[in-house]
Design a protein around this ligand. Sequence first.
Ligand SMILES: C[S@@+](CC[C@H](N)C(=O)[O-])C[C@H]1O[C@@H](n2cnc3c(N)ncnc32)[C@H](O)[C@@H]1O
Length: 317
Amino acid sequence: MSNEAISAKPENGRGFDEVANLAHNDGWAVVSRLEEKRSVGSGRHYVVMIASILLASCVAEEQPPDPNASAAKAPTEIIIRNATGAPVEYGIMPTYTENETKKVLGAGSIDRHETDIALDISFESGGKRLLYQLDPGKAYAFRMDLHDNLALYFGTHTREDAPDLAPFVPTPKSIVEKMLVLSDIDENDLLIDLGCGDGRIVIEAARRYGARGIGVDIDPQLIDKAIRLAKAAGVARLVEFRVQDATKTELSSATVVSLYLTPRANELIRPRLEQQLKPGSRVVTHDYPILTWKAAREESVQDGGRGRIHRLYLYHR
Ligand SMILES: C[S@@+](CC[C@H](N)C(=O)[O-])C[C@H]1O[C@@H](n2cnc3c(N)ncnc32)[C@H](O)[C@@H]1O
């Protein structure tokens, strides 16, 4: 899921499932041959786009266009990843055409569609055929939702050498605090957050408890943001942020690992936790358990007394 879609989300957060619904429900109903056809994106984008066009035309009246300026290049690719554990069948065609091409996308694979116009995608989910419109320049990912139905989300990244472990959905600040209390963190700990987003768990662990921390994320923009926030919080000497595939992170130095990833991603990471973590280390997860492990503690927490219920799981190695 792109950061754009997530940034439309309020801080109090939603599970990944609800983020998908946000994308779907906010979808812009296309002038429709088919009623359920939607754009996987926020209607807000179109309002912003129209506002930008109006603004640009006002500016253009005052400043004649530079004849030497080259025309902006339209994005020319749509990327679709299959982040489920099974092949996905879908149909795809240029918008306003009927020439659908059938595709089968293997588990973990990526399809790249060369196009500078929107494409319509359709697939079966929960006994229904769903149709969406995709925009060039964007990445999308098939995932299973909380009801185990196939759903289309914004993609997190376009690298072929790394899995898409979860979209960027920040843990609300009050839930970060609960995770740190649950893991009983202190200044003797080294916390690793796999898929650290803007670094909030690592930064808060350093700021409030003096813990050292390493945050790893695949998205360089989020890592830049985390580094800036750590400096602003005065904890830069305690923390390190890396652009890295979290399935390759060396974990043996950690005493605490935090995860806010999909259940499938937790399963991908579990063997490394089992092989590399020292006895006595703790793993704390948000919303999704590590399926084959027995939790030492489980908590249901309401975000700051409002918002939805978040599930937290603590494991001891
Ligand atoms: C749900 S967010 C969690 C962010 C943060 N841990 C928090 O709780 O606020 C998941 C993060 O995983 C990152 N991610 C997805 N695939 C990844 C991969 N292969 N390696 C590292 N990070 C990845 C995303 O960019 C996103 O920032």
